[in-house]
Design a protein. Structure first.
Length: 141
């Protein structure tokens, strides 16, 4: 099974709801910054970016849509690694060693997978996210 097959399976099974909600909030909160990013690219002499491309590039550049949740999810992965090592060795592993090894060996891949998952979620419901991008913020009144 490929990485995209696994992501599709998670999406279809409803296991990516947190990422979908985080993406929605991210688009709403970062509307102005996404537009500024688009204009910045144009001032560099690049052709105008569509809303879809601007949003995707902004996500890729930003690399996160909810840092708190992503740290929590990484810590959960480290805990899983500690459990696996404990089972394999028959004793409690050194938590700092496991965390350092995980960060060194898996954090970059984890981050890349997370960004791929975010972009996949965007693509599956892009019309909704693009509408959010263009919806003006509510004004108090």
């Amino acid at each position: 099974m490929t990485e995209l097959d696994e992501i599709r399976e998670d999406y279809d099974a409803g296991r990516l709801e947190d990422i979908k909600r985080d993406l929605e909030r991210f688009v709403i909160v970062h509307r102005g910054k996404i537009e500024a990013f688009r204009k910045e690219q144009e001032t560099k002499g690049l052709p105008p970016l569509s809303d879809e491309v601007a949003l995707k590039f902004y996500i890729i550049r930003h690399r996160t849509i909810n840092p708190g949740r992503e740290i929590h999810d990484q810590l959960r992965e480290i805990e899983r690694e500690k459990w696996i090592r404990g089972i394999a060795s028959g004793r409690e592993p050194d938590p700092q060693e496991v965390a350092l090894d995980w960060a060194k060996n898996h954090s970059a891949g984890w981050r890349a997978h997370r960004v791929t998952t975010i972009i996949y979620c965007f693509d599956r419901d892009k019309d909704r996210y693009l509408r959010l991008l263009k919806t003006p913020p509510a004004t108090a009144g």
